[in-house]
Ligand binder design. Structure first.
Ligand SMILES: Cc1cc2nc3c(=O)[nH]c(=O)nc-3n(C[C@H](O)[C@H](O)[C@H](O)COP(=O)(O)OP(=O)(O)OC[C@H]3O[C@@H](n4cnc5c(N)ncnc54)[C@H](O)[C@@H]3O)c2cc1C
Length: 539
């Protein structure tokens, strides 16, 4: 049996190290298990991850009217000119096999009358291609992977292990430093380390992501000197539950795929005014459409399913119906108030198609990685697929000799735009020079609020300059003192680091594309900006 260590941590080295226990980390662990001792470090309960909350499903070209080529075309169209085509081909071609493997391993996806997997349709998919397990697909996939991992003796999982730094020697990553649940700090060395730390939604005040999604892997890689890319591209989901006092629970796009409609406070449908595909337009368009409608009418926007069969709604979306019930709403009858929330980050640690990064010994897979498959905007239900495919591929690369396992990438890039051109415009945020107080948790809330207001759905140079200036100041104050190890300070420092990097990248890109919308540069500008922003290092 794979061991789960709760209290006493006495590990100093392993063969292969994985940080994170979502779909990417678990799939990689299964591939690595025959090759040696694998340790998974995960900062909470192993099931607590974005993966566990995924609702709509996992995309794969298995339908009779579908093909990997069609799936690739939809993925590239959503990516708004910035997808990495070879990586997309890997995703859609190999993805079919990995999803079938999940079914062979016992994943219980919903089935059609002929017992083939029932396929849902989501925004920007031209055909039905989304396999789902009710509206809790991530939980089901996590269950299957976790059961397999738990059976393997060579995998050890350490819970409540917050990784705060990568150990670097001669520009090679040789392991990690982490805090255990009692706050003691440990170093673990390994011949290869995989970052599978997931997303960064918690950097924003409004998010569908659980509390673990603080973008730690991006900060760890940044501080170790790894190259990051595309951090300005954050996907804001249009329909999170918008009820005062309730968490921003996701109301999946699959509901609109099944006929749910967005209406304003007067019950009028409005999305066709913003896009010919109406309610099924790309996520960023729907998110901004909702925000504009709220501003225009001064009233909330609702999702209505009242015209659909009530029993079908409850059977097809039991988790969402239950969540609505808890806040006093009947999903099938009541208008459900919805609004945008940060949902997914397309950018991250730059990798090639094998999860290799710019540093020897460091690999990345899943939401923390920037493989280039999502370009400027992710196609719905492609991220679980990405975690599966690239988790397994990163595992293969981790078994190669170290020097052969460094990223080779020929993407068109532009680096350091902010530091060289725009940094001069950043006016330092006025501060009290004597203020050396450690940051309190209030400051983290302020950062999340600042990110939502200035680096959210509508971005402007003015707002971004303000955000960058404040975050430049905060990050200096937040830097932990090496002689007083403190997990909370590291948590804060890494969150502020990620916020700062996203803000700088957003300031750098003077156009609108995919999830990145600049109100002052509202058009896509291929002439100047069909490039990836990498290495926006402020220092
Ligand atoms: C509400 C919601 C619904 C979604 N629905 C869908 C969907 O229907 N289809 C789809 O394709 N995608 C969906 N997504 C996106 C998808 O779930 C994620 O992109 C994907 O699951 C990410 O997997 P991952 O393995 O990269 O990371 P995660 O599943 O987030 O796992 C990250 C792991 O890393 C751990 N970790 C993080 N930092 C540290 C640290 N410093 N030290 C130790 N451990 C750490 C976390 O605790 C966690 O175990 C949804 C996301 C959300 C939030």
């Amino acid at each position: 049996m794979s061991r789960i260590t709760f209290e006493r941590v006495a590990i100093t080295s392993t063969d292969l190290l994985i940080v994170g226990s979502g779909i990417a980390g678990l799939r990689a662990a299964l591939a690595l298990a025959p090759a040696g001792r694998v340790v998974i470090l995960t900062k909470a309960d192993p099931r607590e991850s974005n993966t566990g909350y995924a609702q709509g499903g996992i995309a794969a070209a298995i339908g009779a009217d579908d093909s990997p080529a069609l799936h690739a075309a939809d993925t590239m169209c959503a990516g708004d000119g910035l997808c990495d085509e070879p990586a997309v081909r890997v995703l859609v071609e190999e993805g079919v096999g990995y999803v079938r493997e999940l079914i062979d391993w016992g994943a219980r996806f919903d089935r059609a009358a002929d017992l083939t997997p029932a396929l849902g349709r989501e925004a920007a998919h031209k055909v039905r291609r989304v396999l789902h397990a009710g509206d809790a697909t991530g939980r089901e996939i996590g269950r299957v992977l976790w059961e397999r991992v738990s059976r393997l003796k060579s995998i050890e999982t350490i819970n409540d292990a917050l990784v705060t730094e990568l150990l670097v020697e001669d520009r090679a990553v040789v392991g990690v430093r982490f805090f255990d649940r009692v706050g003691a700090s440990h170093d673990v060395r390994a011949r290869a380390t995989l970052l599978a730390t997931g997303g960064a939604g918690q950097v924003f005040r409004e998010t569908t992501n659980p509390s673990v999604a603080t973008g730690d892997g991006i900060a760890l890689a940044y501080h170790a000197g790894a190259r990051l890319a595309d951090l300005e591209f954050v996907q804001f989901h249009p329909t999170a539950l918008n009820r005062t006092g309730a968490p921003r629970f996701l109301i999946s796009e699959a509901l609109r795929g099944e006929g749910a409609r967005l209406v304003n406070g007067s019950g009028e449908a409005f999305m066709t005014r913003h896009h010919p595909d109406g309610d099924l337009a790309p996520r960023d368009v729907v998110a901004r459409g909702i925000a504009r409608e709220v501003e225009r009418t001064g009233q909330p926007v609702f999702l209505t399913l009242a015209h659909l069969d009530s029993r079908y709604v409850h059977d097809r979306f039991p988790t969402i119906a239950d969540m609505c019930r808890r806040v006093g709403l009947d999903l099938a009858r009541d208008p459900v108030p919805v609004g945008p929330a940060a949902h997914y980050i397309m950018g991250g640690v730059e990798t090639d198609e094998w999860g290799r990064t710019s540093l020897v010994g460091l690999f990345a897979a899943g939401e923390v990685a920037c493989t280039g498959v999502h370009g400027a905007n992710r196609l719905a239900s492609n991220s679980l697929l990405e975690g599966l495919v690239f988790g397994a591929r990163a595992a293969s690369a981790m078994l190669q000799p170290p020097q052969a396992a460094v990223m080779k990438s020929d993407r068109k890039k532009r680096s350091g735009v902010v530091s060289s051109e725009l940094a001069r415009s950043v006016t330092p945020w006025p501060k009290d020079e004597n203020d050396s107080r450690p940051l309190s948790s209030v400051d983290t809330a302020e950062v999340r609020d600042l990110m939502w207001r200035s680096v959210g759905l509508f971005r402007t140079r003015e707002g971004l300059l303000d955000a960058v200036s404040r975050l430049d100041d905060l990050v200096k104050r937040a830097a932990p003192n090496a002689s007083t190890p403190d997990a909370d300070l590291w948590r804060q420092f890494n969150l502020i680091t990620v916020a700062r990097l996203i803000s700088r990248a957003a300031l750098g890109r003077e156009e609108s594309r995919g999830g990145h919308f600049r109100a002052d540069f509202p058009a896509r500008d291929d002439l100047h900006w069909k490039v990836h922003l990498v290495d926006m290092r402020p220092d």
